[in-house]
Design a protein around this ligand. Structure first.
Ligand code: CA
Length: 188
């Protein structure tokens, strides 16, 4: 499993790298937002640990651009910013989890394990297509024939509703396909 750590504080970056390598993860460290952006665009990672306050392009800008480009790699934000609006903004920009510094290393490791488990499922479930109907769970968008479909109806308990409301957005592909099949007639 390859993890990219985007962190400008050398001490923190080194501690993360050493701790994660002890758990047998392969770790690459980027010291700036630009470097992190370049690496995650050019190479395959299973997880990105992203600091928010970085020199140059900050973490939220990096994350927002990556998600707009369709990158589905799980992202764990690790930052000293702990205001609720910062967390909300981070999650809305496409982060999968958020941990505030200072943090306990065992908790970081538990979150890393959880994201890596979930990441394997998300590769299948994040973007689904049935004929000309597409559902993208990261920007929460439904398109039909290339055109956006406005989803105003919300039926609690349906797979679509659960998937759109869940930050994790993890549902079996077969379940969503069945839901598309049963509701696609309504979108004509
Ligand atoms: Ca920083």
């Amino acid at each position: 499993m390859r993890i990219l750590v985007v962190e400008d504080e050398t001490k923190v970056a080194r501690a993360l790298q050493e701790g994660l390598e002890r758990q047998q993860y392969e770790v690459v460290v980027a010291g700036t937002g630009e470097e992190g952006f370049y690496l995650v665009s050019a190479e395959e990672f299973d997880l990105v640990i992203l600091d928010l306050m970085l020199p140059g392009r900050d973490g939220l800008q990096v994350l927002g651009t990556l998600r707009k480009r369709g990158l589905v790699t799980p992202v764990l934000i690790l930052t000293a910013r702990d205001a609720i609006e910062d967390r909300v903004q981070g999650l809305d920009k496409g982060a999968d989890d958020y941990l505030v510094k200072p943090f306990a290393f065992p908790e970081l490791l538990a979150r890393v394990r959880a994201l890596l488990r979930r990441g394997r499922t998300q590769q299948v479930a994040l973007r689904l297509q049935l004929a000309d109907l597409e559902m993208d769970l990261v920007p929460r968008r439904v398109r039909r024939g290339g055109k956006d479909v406005e989803c105003t109806a919300s039926i609690p308990g349906t797979p679509k509703d659960e998937a759109l409301e869940s930050k994790a957005g993890v549902l079996p592909a077969a379940c969503l396909k069945a839901h598309f099949a049963s509701t696609s007639a309504c979108l004509h």
